[in-house]
Write a protein that binds this ligand. Structure first.
Ligand code: UD1
Length: 421
């Protein structure tokens, strides 16, 4: 891409990656056809569709219409292969539904984003409290609930998104009452809770840090619209802010981005609410903003690389603190190649803004780092080449095409490596 363009126009935010993957897994809880609407056309959805097919489901993905339908058999199989799990760490979210439905699950130990070693201890101890025994055998987590799942009180040490989801999707079919204390409260968890409730699950406390679930014997398939992707909406908000642009972000949910939009306003952007989304008008040059990432409703870690990008070209200096995934700072080494002045000390990054970045070849290490490098390239003098764009495909549909529509000079030189239909 060639730097210098102000992004202008309108973009539509599709359903959230981090929700739809879990909703697809949750479909396993009910025999019959579950339909999901407003599904983004991204690589991770194809990987999850393939994983479900291998578990015995029939999956139809209408990529243009954004609809996925999943026909779940009476008895799904229970083994999630390494080939798919290593391609996408979120595959671990089939663990809860499979053990609840089949009494057994074998899920390869995950790989996925290169953003640090993400533990599974909270998943394991939480499910253990519900009567699941979990061991590791030849690289697979083997979970068994020989006599069925039994409700229990689980106090999570940390409000882990993935652990909350696996516990929820197991507890809905357990005997008795489960209480998840210190549960994650992300909008994607709320979305999952809403779908589970419509499937017939009995749960209270949606959107709070205490979820209470009364197990039921069976759940039924439903049709469900996926919550808008707040991280994609946030990406476009930062794109406007960084390039001094003006973007209408349709289907963007301001209620899910409170902290993010406050920070953008502090940095000089103007944010206004529209009937079907919001609009961000970026300043000539942003002011630097201090940010510390935290679980929702704190500032999302997924948007942290965009903050560093904004601070890198801002007027001033700021501290960015990463409290969830330290390895997200890998991105710093790459943006430094574009002339960004960033000093990392443990989980803090001190960024001194410079008036302009300068183009260089860089490499994406994960989805958000990839998208943030693209934004950085849009404000770098000269032609920046971002390698590893397959990471971007995992979370953004045709980002290059969308950017061209907004006035950016971007070309894609490698074709998407889509292996799954
Ligand atoms: C999800 C999102 C990811 C987002 C993250 C935090 C998906 C597919 N991914 O990831 O984009 O950045 O939430 O909002 O939805 N941890 C443990 N032990 C555990 C579980 C987690 O130590 O058993 C730690 C992790 O190492 C990490 C932190 O908790 O440091 C957050 O993890 P978690 O909230 O579970 O995030 P994910 O579900 O992996």
């Amino acid at each position: 891409m060639v730097g210098g363009a102000r992004l202008e126009g309108s973009v539509r935010v599709p359903g959230a990656k981090n929700s739809v993957l879990k909703l697809m897994a949750a479909a396993l809880l009910a025999e019959g056809t579950t339909t999901l609407v407003d599904v983004p056309d991204i690589l991770d959805v194809r990987i999850m569709a393939e994983l479900l097919r291998r578990l015995g489901c029939e999956v139809h993905h209408d990529r243009v219409g954004g609809v996925v339908s999943i026909r779940v058999p009476g008895t799904p199989s229970h083994r999630a292969d390494y080939e798919l799990v290593r391609a996408m760490r979120a595959s671990i979210c089939v663990l809860g539904p499979l053990v609840a439905r089949c009494g057994r699950a074998e899920v390869a130990l995950p790989g996925g984003d290169a953003i640090g070693s993400r533990g599974l201890d909270l998943h394991v101890t939480g499910l253990g409290a519900l009567g699941v025994t979990i061991g590791v055998d030849h690289g697979y987590l083997v979970a068994e609930a020989a006599t069925g799942l039994l409700g229990a009180t689980v106090r999570l040490e940390f409000p882990s998104v993935g652990a909350t989801e696996n516990l929820l999707t197991a507890a809905v079919l357990a005997r008795g009452t489960t209480v998840i204390d210190n549960a994650a409260r992300e909008p994607e968890i709320v979305d999952l809770c809403r779908m589970l409730r419509r499937m017939g699950a009995r749960l209270d406390g949606i959107g709070t840090s205490t979820l209470r679930i009364e197990g039921v014997d069976r759940l039924g398939p439903v049709e469900h619209r996926v919550v808008p992707d707040r991280i994609v909406a946030g990406t476009w908000a930062f794109a406007a802010a960084v390039t001094g642009g003006d973007l209408e972000i349709r289907n963007g949910e301001t209620g899910h981005l409170g902290m993010v939009l406050d920070k953008l306003e502090t940095s000089g952007s103007v944010v206004s609410v529209l009937p079907d989304g919001f609009r961000v008008t970026g300043p000539k040059r942003p002011r630097a903003i201090d940010v510390a990432t935290l679980p929702y409703p704190g500032f999302p870690t997924d948007l942290q690389p965009f903050v560093i990008t904004l601070d890198a070209v801002s007027d001033g200096a700021a501290m960015v603190t990463e409290n969830l995934f330290e390895a997200r700072f890998r991105f710093v080494q790459e943006i430094a190649r574009l002339g960004a002045q960033v000093k990392v000390d443990g989980h803090h990054a001190l960024v001194h803004g410079v008036p302009r970045l300068s183009a260089a070849p860089v490499e994406a290490s994960d989805i958000r780092a990839g998208a943030a490098l693209v934004l950085a390239g849009l404000v770098a003098e000269g032609e920046t080449v971002v390698a590893g764009v397959q990471h971007i495909d995992r979370g953004y549909a045709a980002m290059d095409v969308v950017l061209r529509g907004l006035g950016a000079e971007v070309t894609r030189t490698t074709l998407p490596e889509y292996t799954y239909p």
